[in-house]
Design a protein around this ligand. Structure first.
Ligand code: AMP
Ligand code: GLY
Length: 424
């Protein structure tokens, strides 16, 4: 048994905490959420204040810290811990730039000859606006820094441009990218790396738009594994994208340790990197954790020590997962919160209304003993089964039993893959 502190309180952190709890570890979470509180000690620590986290770790004899979200990584929490020789999972501030600076990341990938969309770089909003004025569309404009999923504007036609520019200007950044719009299915591809070796950490499809053709969100659901990922494509991605990226980071003096989350588009000219994140995906992690058929903690810990990772492999069950995000009315613009959630039949094993549905919390809080909504994405409900059709049914059954006023979810998650499965 080890004592693990998880930084974060969303569905991703709940899923990691659930898996580590299943492995018999003592879980602490900062801040955690009411779902995690059923088996973990939730503490109100300010992750921006690194020394308060260090103090908690020392006072409570925590063996290992797992950082869920990108913000503390971008702030350098790992550097603080490394400086004090305390064990933590995640990249340093410099290595986190693969996510915190798209400008820097795309430059690094181009130099390493990793396939990215054709990209132009701008050092101010004004110079970018001048360049894109009069465009006919089929471009993507991105602000360079973190934007909680709101920093990329896909311009399909000229009339999309004014609104997109107004939204981007409000986000304020010093650097922007303009990319050619790629086409093809999207794939979330995860690897764990110690800065030299890496191992495959699973694949998934995320559904970013609120509804088909709608505005982008943090993610409305997904399925795993992604059937597009043949053994041949996996090798191609590992050899032409993953390995050169890890090498480029090491060569520029910031070896990367932790999880790398590649958002890829499988285009006619092959896999192209749309974005790299320095943390696990949300909702992808809620799909991956129930499928993992080996212990997670040794894999995470192996990334922190040079040369250990090669002794490990992430094994997955021969099953699939489908996850549905239950969101608040008004999400993503102005979610209405504070609504009571009923039907959360959370037992000690932390499963949902039937044995196979996992209910992971995100935007929830406890008020006078009642779980109420407190954010845009409220819950991720995940079904696992031997096939996508059954996994979706399991998830949807659980979704139908959990209720709160104004609840919204997508009905079409995994439909394409179910159609292919049924045909094939
Ligand atoms: P990002 O914030 O970079 O992950 O982008 C959000 C979403 O915008 C992606 O998941 C894609 O659906 C879309 N996107 C971003 N860049 C491109 C691109 N160059 N071509 C087509 N779609 C893109
Ligand atoms: N699945 C989207 C994200 O984690 O950024």
């Amino acid at each position: 048994m080890q004592r693990v502190l998880i930084i974060g309180g969303g569905g991703r952190e709940h899923a990691i905490a659930w898996k580590l709890h299943q492995e018999g570890h003592e879980i602490h979470a900062a801040p955690g959420n009411p779902g995690m509180a059923l088996f973990a000690r939730c503490v109100a620590l300010d992750a921006k204040n690194h020394l308060s986290v260090v103090r908690y770790v020392k006072d409570n004899a925590i063996d290992f810290v797992v950082v869920g979200p990108e913000a503390p990584l971008g702030d350098g929490i790992v550097d603080t811990f490394n400086g004090l020789n305390l064990a933590i999972f995640g990249p340093t501030k410099a290595a986190s730039r693969i996510e915190t600076s798209k400008y820097w990341c795309c430059g690094l990938l181009e130099d390493a000859r990793v396939s990215i969309p054709f990209t132009s770089y701008f050092a101010s909003f004004a110079s970018m606006r001048e360049e894109v004025q009069g465009t006919h569309g089929r471009i993507v404009i991105k602000k360079s820094g973190l934007a909680a999923g709101k920093g990329a504007e896909v311009i399909r036609m000229a009339s999309d441009l004014p609104g997109a520019l107004a939204r981007l200007e409000r986000l304020e950044d010093d650097q922007y990218l303009v990319q050619e719009m790629e086409e093809g299915p999207e794939l979330s591809f995860f690897v764990l790396t110690d800065g030299d070796d890496f191992l495959f950490g699973g694949s998934a499809q995320d559904y970013k738009p609120l509804h088909s053709g709608g505005p982008n969100t943090g993610g409305m659901g997904g399925f795993s594994p992604h059937p597009i990922l043949t053994a041949e494509l996996k090798t191609q991605i590992e050899e032409t994208i993953v390995r050169p990226t890890i090498k480029a980071l090491a060569n520029c003096g910031c070896p990367y340790k932790g999880v790398m989350y590649f958002q890829l588009m499988i285009t006619k000219r092959g896999p192209v990197v749309i974005e790299i994140n320095c943390r696990f995906g949300d909702p992808e992690t809620q799909l991956l954790m129930p499928l993992l058929d080996c212990e997670l903690l040794p894999l995470l810990q192996a990334t922190t020590k040079f040369g250990f990772l090669r002794m490990f492999e992430a094994k997955f069950k021969p099953e699939v997962a489908v996850g549905i995000v239950m969101a608040s009315e008004g999400y993503p613009d102005k979610p209405i919160t504070g609504r009571a959630i009923i039907g959360l039949d959370l037992g000690p094993e932390h499963v949902g209304p039937n044995d196979y549905a996992h209910v992971f919390h995100a935007g929830t809080k406890l008020v006078d003993g009642q779980v109420v909504t407190s954010g845009g994405r409220v819950l991720t409900v995940v079904g696992t089964a031997p096939d996508y059709y059954t996994a979706k049914n399991v998830a949807m059954k659980a979704v139908s039993l959990i209720k709160f006023e104004g609840e919204y979810h997508r009905e079409d998650i995994a439909d394409e893959v179910i159609a292919t499965e049924t045909r094939g």
